[in-house]
Write a protein that binds this ligand. Sequence first.
Ligand SMILES: Nc1ncnc2c1ncn2[C@@H]1O[C@H](COP(=O)(O)OP(=O)(O)OP(=O)(O)O)[C@@H](O)[C@H]1O
Ligand SMILES: [Mg+2]
Length: 212
Amino acid sequence: MTQCGCFITIEGLEGAGKSSCLSQIERLLRDRGLDPLLTREPGGTPLGEAVRGLLLAPAHHGMSAEAETLLLFAARAQHLEQVIRPALQAGRPVVCDRFTDATYAYQGGGRQLGEARIAVLEDWVQQGLQPDLTLYLDVPPRLGLERARQRSAPDRFEQERLEFFERARAVYLRRAERFPVRMKVIDASRPLAEVQAEIAAVITRMLDDGLD
Ligand SMILES: Nc1ncnc2c1ncn2[C@@H]1O[C@H](COP(=O)(O)OP(=O)(O)OP(=O)(O)O)[C@@H](O)[C@H]1O
Ligand SMILES: [Mg+2]
């Protein structure tokens, strides 16, 4: 089996199409003889999935921004130790539906905690580990929320006001400008087939460049 211990994350607002693109990316990697591990945040471990339940439950509407951020990083610490680092060390690509860019966007931007406080936790938990490639699926919040609402009842985040998502989107776009090599902005307001064609081109380029 070919080896590529590359770490790919998919980011975007609710309903941007992250989950829809995950299985396509899996197929692309398998076609290249790789054995990808697909996972998600918050979640990815039994502890992380339990934390996800706490984070998304509308019942916890009074959760402080700080408590929320610490829960996200607690789940992330477990995910890194139990799943992500071992897979990368074994030479498997890891594809993760959301990662720390989402914390900068939602808690840093949406909840207005700011970047600096997130960066402290990022350093503490990740100790320098960063994704090799981040696909940021960009959609106007209204469009994403419409798509998400057609799919299921709104979770605690999806109940936020439009301004929350506008702030989150602005952070995503700012980070994409700041990290142009790692982060690729994909216009996800287009039909899924077009979005997937662009993703295929980006992944193929990454594999051909031998990013491992
Ligand atoms: N480019 C697209 N055009 C139209 N519909 C789309 C597109 N991408 C995804 N969808 C549809 O929108 C809905 C949300 O997509 P998906 O679940 O993949 O988004 P997501 O980014 O994973 O959302 P969440 O953040 O809520 O998990 C699904 O019903 C999906 O079929
Ligand atoms: Mg999803």
